[in-house]
Design a binder for this molecule. Structure first.
Ligand SMILES: Cc1cc2nc3c(=O)[nH]c(=O)nc-3n(C[C@H](O)[C@H](O)[C@H](O)COP(=O)(O)OP(=O)(O)OC[C@H]3O[C@@H](n4cnc5c(N)ncnc54)[C@H](O)[C@@H]3O)c2cc1C
Length: 389
């Protein structure tokens, strides 16, 4: 059996690669794991600047319907775009594009659409997602952050955690409890929150790789105009699930993984002494190469289902759990290959590939966006039809 993309999709892939070579020179180097920034202003300017270039080509919002300034791109086009961006390690992820804009298209008022959608599509604002709380992660509906109506405003009190990019964000996509008496899924409302509002405090959380990606966010009597409620009050839980029609194959893990395996294979060839010291890494690298290839087809399967109008569910979970665990195995294989040199960090004289950072960063892959246990629960119940535990 021959799997292949249509000629126009392959042509588009070439176009994306050419763009990356011209506009993202890092994609040609080993720094494909992402760029290091001198300051948060540097990160903001660089990331938004790059996304503006994507927007100018009509790629940033390529999946959006044309009526909202998007490209109405097919799932296969989105797939190869995500694949090439992830292979290059380019900063193309944008939560405003991924779910805020699509939610506004479905549930926003006309005024909200006019005010926010063009700015999201143009990469004018950085958005963060304010869902998780210290006591509400996998069980997200247990969230306690309160929003109480007071005149024309809602007053927000509480705390969010693990907010990716919260320190950079202009706007937050916030879920808060508006009815504490209702069953937990039925008392949540969505808000558009100006992150510069008085009473919002952002505290950095530095991860085990010493990187600042996520944050704790505290709300103390933060006033949000009622005009910034999205959709129906107390229906927020149901509004949060709207972005499902976007490409959700999980291809990014496999594209990034392929890049990482290629890098390790190159090092193994350039430094044969490393392999001679630990002959077992040849087998490990071969296994990782097989996993990347097999996983890529799990991702393609999800995208193919979406292209046919089906709603992948346990199939997307299988891609997620396999991709995230595979990325941890690749990072571990890198540590085995490099031995003591694997512990060198950014800026070392012979940092090889800064494998230590890759290894530490990979730890969170099986937690972010639904833990492996939650994904396996979905596969067991919805995929295999097993009874709930
Ligand atoms: C890199 C990264 C970025 C993130 N970015 C954001 C963000 O931008 N915005 C945001 O809101 N959140 C974000 N998160 C938070 C993320 O959504 C949560 O960490 C995740 O949902 C897990 O929740 P938790 O950390 O509270 O763990 P818990 O839910 O407390 O889980 C703890 C352990 O218990 C297990 N467990 C829990 N429930 C079950 C169950 N029913 N069955 C079996 N096992 C179970 C879990 O698998 C896990 O091993 C991010 C997390 C990471 C790691």
């Amino acid at each position: 059996m021959q799997f292949a993309f249509n000629a126009d999709v392959e042509e588009f892939r070439r176009e994306v690669k050419q763009f990356l070579t011209a506009e993202y020179p890092e994609c040609e180097t080993d720094a494909g794991r992402g760029r290091l920034f001198a300051s948060k202003e540097d990160e903001y300017d660089y990331t938004m600047g790059f996304q503006k270039k994507l927007a100018a080509r009509g790629w940033l919002a390529m999946a959006w319907p044309k009526e909202y300034g998007g490209g109405g791109a097919s799932h296969m086009r989105q797939l190869v775009y995500n694949e090439e961006m992830a292979y290059a390690g380019a900063p193309s992820m944008n939560m405003g594009i991924a779910w805020v804009g699509p939610s506004l298209m479905l549930y926003g008022t006309e005024a909200q659409k006019q005010r926010f959608i063009p700015r999201i599509a143009g990469a004018d604002d950085w958005w963060c997602t304010l869902y998780s709380e210290p006591g509400a992660g996998s069980d997200l509906a247990a969230m306690q952050t309160r929003a109480v109506r007071d005149g024309d405003d809602y007053v927000i009190n509480g705390q969010k955690i693990w907010t990716t990019g919260g320190h950079l964000a202009d706007w937050g996509w916030l879920a808060a409890r508006t009815d504490p008496e209702a069953p937990k899924h039925k008392g949540i409302t969505m808000f558009l929150l100006d992150m510069k509002s008085p009473g919002v405090t952002v505290r950095p959380l530095i991860n085990i790789a010493d990187r600042h990606g996520f944050n704790e966010i505290f709300f103390e009597d933060v006033r949000v105009p009622a005009t910034q409620v999205v959709g129906e009050v107390n229906r927020g839980w149901y509004h949060m699930a709207v972005a499902l029609d976007f490409e959700r194959s999980g291809i990014q893990a496999f594209a990034g993984g392929r890049r990482a395996v290629e890098r390790l294979v190159r090092v193994a060839k350039e430094r044969p002494a490393l392999v001679a010291q630990r002959p077992g890494v040849r087998t490990e690298l071969a296994e990782r190469a097989i996993e990347v290839r097999a996983g890529t087809f799990l991702a393609y399967r999800v995208a193919t289902m979406q292209a046919k109008g089906l709603l992948p569910n346990h199939e997307a979970s299988a891609s997620k759990v396999f991709g995230s665990e595979m990325s941890q195995r690749i990072a571990l294989t890198g540590m085995h290959l490099l031995g003591l040199a694997g512990q060198l960090r950014d800026g070392s004289k012979d940092e090889v590939l800064d494998q230590a950072t890759s290894y530490l960063q990979a730890a969170s892959a099986t937690i972010a966006a639904g833990t492996s246990e939650i994904q396996r629960g979905i596969i067991a119940t919805r995929g295999l039809g097993l009874p709930r535990g």
